[in-house]
Design a protein around this ligand. Structure first.
Ligand code: ZN
Length: 367
């Protein structure tokens, strides 16, 4: 039995003291089972004095650091991870690494099967060369042909339970990249430091900050690391297709490339958000004044934000989104997207600003 000395509020204790709670009958594997059945967290939390919400937020905020973010990017973008191709060895290693960090911080998996939300994808081979399919019916159809590709992918999904068990926010980034091509010289490994080790580092730091704040959020916060984005948003497509109650997700925050910027404007950040939720823009404007972050946002309210990255899958099911993106650069989708070219100060400040936004998404009654 593991005991955790942390200042979670008494309500968390009350909730944990209960029997496993199933939020969605049709989603049987719920993380409350993990919490209460001797998983990572147990009912024997050692409680300290409750801290104020503001202090808790500051406590979490202060855990975010440039050094930590750099460590994550440098590992994920190392040649040893072979470009993190979805379903291949390097991609699987990246998933294992992310899960090991979450486990170390005692942030439980959302699904009782563990951190990996596993699924298959299939694609016809030449000459019918098509796209990767994630839907079981499409895969079944492909399976009847003579030659097809099949890969086993893993989203990594963790969650911090909220006081409300029927309201969620999701914070996500894809961890896969383009893999490698051994016959390209001098370097055939698509390291994907900016795309998207940078985004993964932000979700990891935000997850840790929520955990170390010592405060139970109002809404349940899901941390999602998508597989197969580069092959057609496969991980986020699978997750949203199998999520039973879209209206329960109150917001989705996406990171895809937050460590570089256009050559002529290195401090640029494109800040996309669902236009019907102007609060998302107001929050960042207020935080820019207070914190003087080392980036310059271009505010982009978007009527129907279905393109570009994993945010599209959430927008399609009616979830309001925020997407942090620092735009293309000469190393985009090239083997030269290396960790030593990342602007870590800028990446860290975007992570900090996003944590403040996520904290409001998780805790404010309405937005
Ligand atoms: Zn990307």
């Amino acid at each position: 039995m593991i005991e955790i000395a942390i200042n979670f509020t008494p309500l968390f204790y009350t909730v944990l003291d209960c029997q496993p709670y199933i939020i969605c009958n049709d989603m049987k594997n719920h993380f409350w089972s993990n919490l209460c059945k001797g998983g990572i967290l147990t009912c024997s939390l050692l409680l300290g004095a409750p801290v104020s919400a503001q202090k808790a937020m500051e406590k979490g905020y202060e855990t975010i650091s440039e050094e930590q973010g750099k460590n994550y990017v440098e590992f994920l973008a190392d040649d040893l991870l072979e470009g993190r191709d979805a379903g291949m060895r390097g991609g699987q290693l990246a998933g294992k690494y992310i899960a090991s960090l979450l486990r170390d911080w005692q942030i439980p998996p959302y699904f009782s099967a563990g951190y990996a939300q596993s699924f298959d994808v299939a694609m016809l081979t030449k000459p019918q060369h098509g796209r990767w399919e994630v839907h079981p019916d499409s895969i079944a159809k492909i399976n009847t042909t003579t030659a097809y590709r099949l890969r086993h992918l893993n989203n990594i999904i963790a969650a911090i339970p909220g006081k409300k068990l029927d309201e969620f926010i999701v914070i996500g980034a894809h961890y896969d990249h383009e893999g490698m091509e051994a016959d390209i010289l001098p370097d055939g490994i698509y390291n994907g430091a900016d795309d998207n080790a940078s985004g993964v580092s932000a979700v990891l730091q935000i997850a840790k900050a929520f955990r170390q704040s010592g405060e139970l959020p109002e809404r349940t916060v899901i941390f999602a690391f998508w597989d197969g984005e580069e092959k057609g948003l496969l991980g986020s497509r699978y997750f949203t297709a199998h999520w039973p109650h879209p209206e329960q997700i109150k917001g989705y925050m996406n990171f895809d490339m937050i460590g570089r910027g256009p050559v002529h404007k290195p401090d640029h950040l494109t800040y996309f958000y669902t236009a019907s939720h102007p609060a998302f823009g107001d929050w960042l404007q207020a935080d820019m004044k207070k914190y003087h972050f080392a980036f310059d946002p271009n505010y982009r309210p978007w009527e129907n934000p279905v393109g570009g990255s994993d945010n599209g899958c959430f927008a399609k099911i009616g979830v309001p989104i925020v997407w942090y993106h620092t735009e293309g650069h000469p190393d985009y989708t090239r083997p030269t997207d290396h960790a030593d070219k990342i602007d870590y100060k800028k990446m860290t400040d975007i992570t900090r600003a996003a944590f403040l936004c996520a904290w409001r998404m998780a805790n404010q009654k309405k937005f």
